[in-house]
Design a protein around this ligand. Structure first.
Ligand SMILES: [Zn+2]
Length: 322
């Protein structure tokens, strides 16, 4: 008997978050946010994926309206755009009213792109529906009143962790480390889907359509084709986000949770089972690749990406990497 592919019949809708317009994300020398967005878009279309929803906050667009060319290119390649707020703050860092105003601010800047998609989707920053049920409920009412549906994430592989180590490998010109990080990116994507799919089967007794997320970075542009091939070889079937959103697991709402977690992980926390996560050994290797003084991985995200958001929205910096 031949071995059954490990992800046989698992359905996946690909989504792409933040791109290099995530304020504070390092951009490799000689690259622009436009060429990185183009590279991600074309890697997806070359791998047979069109109609992929991207979610990006609009803070960088407000700073530099020329960045809107990224979304012209993204839509021009046959993909769609959703609302991901203006400032990318977790819900628990803002009042419900301020958060809704932030959603509207993004709508003012990119509403015409969002309207070009078959459905109007919204995604919470970091997929974190946190704070309280009452607060999230007010936001959910606001989203519904404005024609949005929340498109959650039910599979990720911590790929933001790779961004800074990959940048370090480009700065130091360490080609071996670049190749290794690309391999680990593909390996992490496989492991991430296997773990989330197993967790979903344990909770729901069957496979559910997964909404998968990768960040739109130079590294993803290089690996997304390989990831899609690896998934296909293991039996994955690709579906649209609209199709995935027909499933109750995706449009239902697991209880809010304050720690950094995705939609499926929040179901696991509520069910009292271990949430799907990648192996510590994998992250251990990525985090410390190509060290550069003053450019430590998690410290970089804390200082350059997350703390400035907390300051902007007037919140204490509440964050837990665990
Ligand atoms: Zn995001």
């Amino acid at each position: 008997m031949t071995e059954r592919p490990s992800l046989s019949n698992v359905q996946v809708a690909i989504t792409v978050d933040d791109f290099v317009l995530w304020d504070g994300t390092p951009l490799p020398d000689g690259h622009t946010s436009l060429d990185v967005t183009r590279a991600v878009a074309s890697a997806l279309t070359q791998a047979g994926q069109t109609g992929v929803y991207g979610f990006a906050h609009t803070y960088s667009i407000a700073k530099d309206p020329a960045s809107l060319a990224c979304w012209d290119a993204w839509l021009g390649a046959g993909h769609h755009l959703g609302n991901h707020t203006h400032q990318h703050a977790p819900l628990r860092w803002m009042s419900a009213d301020d958060f809704c105003r932030d959603v509207d601010h993004a709508e003012q800047l990119i509403g015409r792109y969002i309207d070009a998609a078959p459905e109007r989707y919204f995604r919470y920053p970091m997929d974190m529906s946190s704070g309280s049920e009452g607060k999230r409920g007010r936001v959910e009412d606001y989203l519904r009143d404005n024609g949005y549906r929340n498109a959650p994430i039910t599979c990720w592989f911590g790929d933001f962790v790779y961004i800074v180590p990959y940048q370090r490998s480009l700065i130091t010109g360490d080609v071996q480390a670049q190749t290794r990080l690309e391999e680990l990116h593909v390996q992490g994507a496989i492991e991430g889907l296997e773990k989330h799919a197993a967790s979903a089967r344990a909770m729901f007794g069957t496979d559910v359509p997964h909404i998968w997320m990768v960040h739109g970075t130079p590294l993803a542009a290089r690996t997304i084709g390989r990831i899609i091939e690896a998934y296909k070889a293991r039996g994955v079937q690709f579906i649209s986000l609209e199709k995935a959103m027909q499933h109750p697991v995706n449009f239902g709402l697991p209880p809010v949770h304050d720690a950094f977690s995705n939609h499926l992980q929040r179901y696991a926390v509520a069910a009292g089972i271990t949430k799907p996560d990648l192996a510590d050994e994998l992250f251990g290797e990525i985090l410390f690749k190509c060290p550069i003084n003053g450019m430590e991985t998690l410290q970089y995200y804390d200082e350059r990406v997350l703390k400035p958001i907390a300051e902007r929205v007037g919140s204490p910096y509440l964050w837990d990497w665990a």
